[in-house]
Design a protein around this ligand. Structure first.
Ligand SMILES: [Zn+2]
Length: 71
């Protein structure tokens, strides 16, 4: 379901992993892997250190800003 969702421009479906029954997806910008779920992938894309702001704004909209991790 949702095979043509835009999130799949940013993640590659890698199928089931031996340790996981559910299909897995890998971020196209880093080696992060998560469940093949739009919600999971969006959650990672928001905080991915390797995807630039432009890429994130393309997906989340031009008002998206990097979360500000103040130390
Ligand atoms: Zn990533």
């Amino acid at each position: 379901m949702g095979g043509n969702h835009d999130i799949w421009k940013y993640f590659t479906k890698i199928g089931p992993d031996k340790n996981f029954k559910q299909g897995r997806a890998q971020c196209n910008y880093c080696d992060h892997k998560c469940n093949e779920s739009v919600v999971r992938c969006e959650g990672h894309l928001k905080v991915c250190d390797y995807a630039d702001l432009e890429t994130k704004q393309q997906y989340f909209g031009s008002t998206f800003q990097e979360p500000n991790f103040s130390v």
